[in-house]
Design a protein around this ligand. Structure first.
Ligand code: SAM
Length: 334
């Protein structure tokens, strides 16, 4: 695959697509001082962005295939049933996806919009360049004439890029990705989304619902979930010259019922000193101490929609699966 001097225009023998943006898209998110602060905090934690290097992205795809990870197949079921209905409600739109991953489920929406309105372009934002290349191939394999624009970047930088696309727009974010955000991160996403969109534009969100602990904990304690979590340490080692020993950590994921979320942690299996050479930062972990690596919100639909309402996103409609495990919610900016 070729890249020109602008870092754009990727062409394969079969498909033509365009991916823009630098490989390290947002200095502020990967900036070491934020990491040092979060690793020094109480509880120690890291931003979940460190899940998504090339290996982490592949492991996430593997997680989606795990029997107990109901989120992927449940959302796919809802979209299979309802993509055409959603296309009917919004009418013709520019489609923009945040955190597209490999865009496998997105093909269902693309199919519905191409079939109903003759959609000609789709833009995807993701922090990981290689997963955007896979997204392009997935999307173009179902609709080879579509213009695919990939934007390597954070949600914020991506939203700034898509401002100029023609409205009406349908912004969407699948995979319960929004569930990984803390309140302040969700606030800033909604603020940026509002300024990237025009009144009348849509925001479609797939989000996991709160449910029995047993089902939730099984989803996040399978082999792929364990590997994905440990991979965060490998990412930190690579990016910051770290010396985390992956064999000295244990994956821990539990349902935090009072905060309505699952949490993933890595627990130190012995006392150890960690060095991150590129940051000139060291810290001591005691046996049993944990580093929180991710939160996964498990929401109640009305409470969740109220957060969107504060930013003038009005809930138009929502759909769930028959067991009410997962919801896809359509908002419109007023
Ligand atoms: C939970 S996965 C969901 C992938 C896909 N939407 C799905 O439903 O299968 C989250 C995706 O968002 C991307 N991502 C995570 N944090 C991001 C950020 N701050 N900015 C842009 N993309 C991000 C990851 O690379 C990953 O592909």
């Amino acid at each position: 695959m070729m890249q020109n001097e602008l870092g754009t225009a990727e062409v394969t023998a079969e498909y033509k697509y365009n991916i823009i943006g630098a490989d390290v898209p947002d200095e502020t998110l990967f900036k070491g001082d934020l990491l040092v602060a979060s690793l020094s905090g109480s509880p120690r934690h890291v931003n979940s962005i460190y899940y998504y290097d090339d290996t982490g992205s592949l492991l996430f795809e593997r997680l989606c295939g795990e029997k107990t990870y109901y989120l992927f197949r449940t959302e796919r079921w809802i979209l299979t049933e309802l993509a055409k209905t959603i296309a009917g409600i919004t009418g013709p739109v520019s489609l923009v996806e945040l955190g597209s991953g490999n865009a496998e489920k997105t093909t269902l929406l693309i199919d519905a919009y191409v079939g109903t309105h003759g959609l000609t372009s789709y833009a995807a934002v993701d922090i990981n360049r290689s997963i955007l290349e896979r997204a392009a191939e997935n999307i173009l394999s179902v609709s080879s004439e579509l213009n695919f624009l990939g934007i390597v970047g954070t949600y914020q930088t991506g939203l700034a890029e898509i401002k100029s696309l023609i409205s009406p727009k349908l912004l969407f974010c699948l995979g319960s990705t929004i569930g990984n955000m803390h309140d302040d991160e969700l606030d800033s996403l909604l603020l940026s989304a509002r300024s990237a969109l025009s009144p009348g534009d849509y925001f479609l969100v797939g989000i996991d619902l709160d449910k029995e602990t047993e089902i939730l904990e099984a989803a996040y304690n399978n082999q792929s979930a364990i590997l994905t979590n440990l991979c965060v340490l490998q990412h930190l080692n690579w990016r910051f010259g770290g010396d985390f020993d992956l064999f000295q950590f244990r994956h821990v994921a539990f349902h935090n019922k009072s905060l309505h979320r699952m949490e993933s942690h890595l627990e130190a299996m012995r006392d150890q000193l960690i060095n991150l050479d590129k940051l000139e930062f060291s810290f001591q972990l005691k046996k049993g101490e944990m580093i929180r690596t991710e939160i996964m919100r498990k929401v109640e639909i009305n409470t969740f929609s109220e957060m969107f309402g504060r930013y003038r996103f009005k809930q138009l409609k929502y759909w769930t699966d028959l067991d009410r495990r997962y919801a896809v919610i359509l908002f419109q900016l007023s």
